[in-house]
Ligand binder design. Structure first.
Ligand code: ATP
Length: 339
């Protein structure tokens, strides 16, 4: 069952948290709301959950109105499951009792199979404080999913778990959610997490959706330089269209470094991947500020005379005492009109 947001706007007093947000989380898929702190992700989720009343717009579940400005059913009247950052298990109940909580008595026999599904077989008699953070989150996931909600809303569900376990947990979680066919909306501020778990990503900026696309589409065709820079080592370089190329703080870059059509604008943002920059010694070039071997390659931070920095990735360490020219490879730079 799809979850559709239509023209949602929300204010807290003078603060405009959401402005004309419209998108559809497709049935059975995982949709991530991704954006910096304060962009409105949690507000959107709280509106869907019924923890906030809708002020403007409507939310539809499977094509039927779930809530609008005239009617906003409370959370318990909505067919949605909720998972929050801290898991929020009931501390005085065992894990099994937590999972059984939302189930009718006749279905309590299903608890064991839920424990097994989330990798907690044999731990049902423990209390939440007797589990690790990751185990608690998995129990919270099982508790939210056991009643079979048509929609699952998750706000930073892996935030309290360490980075190694987090990766495993979200991959397990993706498999369980996809197998169950739950329509999921998950809030995160971490682009890597969104890429790892989502079928679709709604990228938010200051209360608006700036792009709604699959991870592949975001990688191949970001809507702006800022969106592109969120994913995978790319950086934004300010430039001006000039005679023979792009005038940047790092020198003149030839037009053939551009990928795809050029926008009809003078002020530009260039999206450049660190590993697409070639460095060549140049006494008039950029100063090396840092050179850090990371195992796979070497990260080199260079500084232009005006203090602007750029990062390159090279195979071998550079000479920190030398100056270098940084030149993007042909066809490696996406060019956007500056907004
Ligand atoms: N109860 C509130 N009263 C006033 N302003 C609020 C309230 N809740 C949120 N805001 C403001 O609304 C905007 C959106 O907040 P929201 O919590 O939805 O963002 P977010 O993207 O989820 O942020 P974070 O990642 O930090 O949780 C922010 O400017 C925030 O300061």
């Amino acid at each position: 069952m799809s979850l559709e947001f239509r023209h949602i706007a929300h204010v807290y007093g003078q603060v405009r948290a959401l402005e004309d947000v419209s998108f559809t989380a497709p049935a059975g898929e995982i949709t991530c709301l991704l954006g910096a702190s304060g962009c409105g992700k949690s507000t959107l989720l709280a509106l869907a959950a019924g923890m906030l009343r809708l002020q403007q717009g409507s939310i539809l579940l499977g094509g039927d109105v779930l809530a609008d400005a005239g009617s906003s059913p409370p959370p318990e009247a909505r067919p949605v499951g909720l998972v929050f950052q801290d898991g929020a298990l009931f501390p005085h109940m065992t894990i099994a009792a937590n999972i059984a909580f939302g189930l009718p008595k006749a279905r309590h026999g299903e608890v064991e199979s839920w424990l097994a599904q989330v990798g907690l077989a044999g731990l049902g008699t423990r209390y939440p404080h007797e589990l690790s953070g990751g185990q608690q989150q998995r129990a919270a996931l099982a508790r939210a999913m056991a009643p079979g909600p048509r929609v699952l809303l998750m706000d930073e569900p892996f935030a309290s778990v360490d980075i190694v376990l987090r990766r495993k947990l979200r991959r397990d979680c993706r498999i369980i959610l996809r197998e169950r066919g739950a329509t999921t909306v998950l809030v995160t501020h971490d682009p890597a997490e969104a890429l790892d778990i989502a079928d679709r990503i709604a990228v938010m900026e200051a209360g608006r959706i700036v792009q709604f696309a699959s991870p592949q589409e975001l990688h191949d065709a970001p809507a702006s330089a800022a969106v592109g820079a969120m994913f995978g080592g790319a950086q934004v370089v300010a430039a001006r269209r000039g005679e023979g190329g792009f005038v940047t703080a790092f020198g003149l870059w030839p037009v053939d470094c551009a990928l795809g059509p050029l926008p009809d604008a003078t002020d530009l943002d260039l999206l450049v991947h660190a590993d697409a920059l070639d460095l060549a010694p140049d006494p008039q070039g950029l100063r090396v500020r840092d050179c850090h071997a990371q195992g796979k390659g070497v990260r080199v931070v260079l500084v232009a005379p005006d203090g602007t920095e750029i990062t390159a990735e090279t195979e071998k360490p550079v000479n920190a005492g030398q100056r270098y020219r940084a030149m993007p490879q042909a066809g490696s730079v996406r060019v956007f009109a500056r907004r």
